[in-house]
Design a protein around this ligand. Sequence first.
Ligand SMILES: [Zn+2]
Length: 176
Amino acid sequence: MGPIGHTVISSAVAGGTWAITGSPAAAGVALGVGVLMDLDHLFDYYQRYIRGKNNRVYVLLHAWEYPLAMSLIGLFFYHPFLLAAILGHVAHVATDHIWNRLSPFAYWITFRVFKGFDSRYISPHHHVMDSYRSLPHLLPFGHRIEPWFQRRIEPWFLARIDRTSQEEAASTSSDD
Ligand SMILES: [Zn+2]
């Protein structure tokens, strides 16, 4: 799910958090956590398009373990911000889990670590070109910039992928 969907869902969660806690600041925390945790995709993009690791899925902030750990802390120590962070995080991971249709354990970080962040186990239908092709669709009215994106930005990504797969092929053949 993209930033617009997460903003809508997280706004509803923020409203609920405000109602439960009576704290507008806690509502801000729920909204912030629910929207900003997608910033971890930047690390994946860096790995994929700059470092050439085409077959890895990290999304380090996306995991059920975090709200579970925060809930355990919450058993002993209550704070409205903690509850807000749990609700914002759970709503984000739950919607991604349903929306993105990855493998059933994809949103457990222990599973991803165990599988070495290998996309074949985490996102079997993942393709290295999916991420950047979806970029214009993440923006409001993104379809309007799509022709410009395809003309000016896509060649850069294609060149990166090409270069890194050539380097990979060269290093594999020299390993033999
Ligand atoms: Zn997400």
